[in-house]
Ligand binder design. Structure first.
Ligand code: DC
Length: 205
């Protein structure tokens, strides 16, 4: 059985939480494609050329706990504007998306570029202020010293780069179901996502 669930949206909208829960619910494999760009970004912070880094990426790169940091996120967003870097990462993502047993991929361009034929597409979003507040709480809980204003600035800069780039900019696919998590708990967002996917699975849309 081949069934791809594409989940796109901006940083800190709750995509990761929804994607993991959806994958568990359906028993599908899950790929957080942001990790690929973060791993390339991390290598560039160590002085590597972005394309060479993308071509040399190995599964171990994705296990680095340092990939969650803010500096790596910014580096990821910067390497993600490079068409050659994106092209180097396409094959792996497409192979994962169409692998036997069902797959959930979350990112920025899954429903539009990586897997336009995905059987179910979601666009998970929330207002920049709410996303910044969630990211701030997460960072504060980890003991990172940062202000709310700095986090909001970072969220807005990343949005501008991810949505404004020429190659595969972040946008909702025409046939994506929009889930705005601004006013939703993680459990409610997950329920909405599962309901939307079930509708596609049973062929009602
Ligand atoms: O989802 P994330 O915050 O881990 O993603 C980090 C960066 O990687 C993001 O700012 C843009 C880029 N990215 C992308 O361009 N395309 C994807 N499919 C996933 C991430």
């Amino acid at each position: 059985m081949i069934f791809t669930i594409a989940i796109d949206g901006p940083a800190a909208a709750g995509k990761g939480t929804v994607s993991r829960a959806v994958a568990e619910h359906f028993g599908f494999r899950h790929l957080d494609t942001g990790l690929l760009y973060r791993a390339v970004g991390a290598r560039t912070l160590r002085g590597e050329d972005p394309l060479a880094a993308a071509e040399a990426l190995s599964p171990e790169d994705l296990l680095d706990p340092g990939l969650r940091g803010q500096d790596v996120a910014a580096a990821a967003s910067r390497v993600a504007v490079l068409p050659a870097v994106r092209a180097a990462l396409v094959g792996f993502q497409r192979g994962f998306a169409r692998s036997e047993g069902g797959a959930v991929l979350d990112g920025r361009d899954i429903g539009t570029v990586i897997c336009p034929e995905a059987e179910a597409k979601l666009y998970v979003t929330a207002s920049p202020e709410i996303r910044a507040e969630r990211r701030f709480a997460e960072l504060a809980a980890r003991g990172v010293e940062v202000t709310r204003a700095e986090v909001l600035e970072d969220v807005l800069a990343r949005d501008a780069r991810d949505m404004g780039r020429a190659e595969a900019p972040l946008c909702a696919a025409e046939d994506a179901v929009l889930i705005d998590t601004s006013e939703l708990s993680a459990a409610d967002a997950t329920r909405a996502a599962i309901a939307a996917i079930e509708t596609r699975r049973t062929g009602r849309v």
